[in-house]
Design a protein around this ligand. Sequence first.
Ligand SMILES: [Zn+2]
Length: 109
Amino acid sequence: MGKRQTSLIVQLRSGHISLNLHLHRIHKSDTPHCPHCSLQGRRIPESVKHFILECPAYNVERFWLRGKVGRDANSLKALLAKEKMMKALVAYVDRTKRLRNIFGDAPPN
Ligand SMILES: [Zn+2]
């Protein structure tokens, strides 16, 4: 994996990542809640788990991820366990565009 991918995986593992739950802890966001779910009136912390496994705003991207890795798409542990899974996970994150401000767009292969 490249430096960009590795850095993203490290952040997903640690939870020290530019999602509202973490940003709120370090006083960089007014809210710990998911911006998409907040628009639907649901106050759900934007954790790594919510972002990767649960948020309905990314159902299309998650469907794609399932096509790539099958059932392992339902488990953060599985997604972070093997290099092949991690690559698919990074591609998922790129597709959501949620962390684009931090990581930029995916580099062309
Ligand atoms: Zn959400």
